[in-house]
Design a protein around this ligand. Structure first.
Ligand code: ADP
Ligand code: ADP
Length: 225
């Protein structure tokens, strides 16, 4: 069985239950948005899936594999953060190619794949620019392209639009939606923005206090009191 499965996932920091007994399955190709106020455990949830934290209780399965046996760098997930973390001394294409280093792809093939990802994200004209010569929206798209070329089993997006101004946020949101329609990629997208969660998610998971309070298709979750 592909996709992501979280079972009784629990992570406590001191007396804070950051993630508290979360059960969740994300099907192959499904786009799940996780929404909730600051401190509700969204980032911790992503870090647990990515393996940047070990759970106190429970586990993570990706494509049927028990992640307690798979170290972070071997997990087939791509994590994209709000602050895009591009290498300032590398050009756009070099930043994208960096995502392929982990896969040991031959150089010519790597270039081809990077070009294709850049094309998909509307970056074909800025391949040789440096990050400080890009808009915020372009930088975030480079981060997405770098994730894309790794062809991971799942994308983990942590507030990827939060650093953008209102207008760019809307256009980049539309880009994400289009990209998802193209790729049908398994995605967990964390946000505190309810409208964003409702627009992007095939399914919306509402978190509070480390727990899932509601989960369902956007209309359903939205309609409930
Ligand atoms: P969100 O992403 O929804 O804002 P987080 O997952 O960042 O929530 O945090 C959930 C709770 O866990 C918060 O109370 C936060 O202060 C706490 N927390 C998160 N990471 C750590 C950490 N490394 N050390 C201590 N407490 C943490
Ligand atoms: P160490 O204590 O040596 O860091 P751990 O056994 O705590 O090693 O964790 C090894 C790796 O597996 C880490 O990446 C950790 O995040 C992850 N991990 C541990 N237990 C689980 C689990 N039940 N589900 C998913 N990932 C886990």
């Amino acid at each position: 069985p592909g996709g992501i499965r979280l079972q009784a996932l629990t992570k406590t920091y001191g007396r804070v239950s950051a993630v508290d007994g979360v059960d969740l399955e994300v099907a192959v190709g499904e786009f799940v948005t996780v929404v909730g106020p600051s401190g509700s455990g969204k980032s911790t949830l992503l870090r647990l899936i990515a393996g940047l934290e070990a759970p106190d209780v429970g586990g993570v399965w990706i494509d049927g594999l028990d992640m307690s046996r798979v170290p972070p760098h071997r997990r087939s997930v791509a994590l994209v953060f709000q602050d895009y973390a591009l290498y300032p001394h590398l050009t756009v294409v070099e930043n994208i190619l960096f995502g392929l280093r982990v896969r040991r792809v031959p150089r010519a093939e790597a270039r081809r794949q990077a070009g294709e990802a850049a094309e998909q994200l509307g970056l074909a004209d800025v391949l040789d620019r440096y990050p400080d010569q890009l808009s915020g929206g372009q930088r975030q798209r480079v981060a997405l392209a770098r994730a894309l070329v790794r062809a991971p089993s799942a994308y983990l997006l942590d507030e990827p639009l939060a650093g953008l101004d209102a207008q760019l946020r809307l256009s980049t949101r539309a880009d994400l939606l289009a990209l998802h329609r193209d790729l049908g990629a398994t995605t967990v997208h964390v946000t505190h923005d309810q409208a964003e969660a409702m627009t992007l998610g095939d399914r919306v998971v509402i978190m509070a206090g480390g727990r899932i309070r509601q989960a369902g298709p956007p209309q359903e979750v939205y309609d409930r009191p």
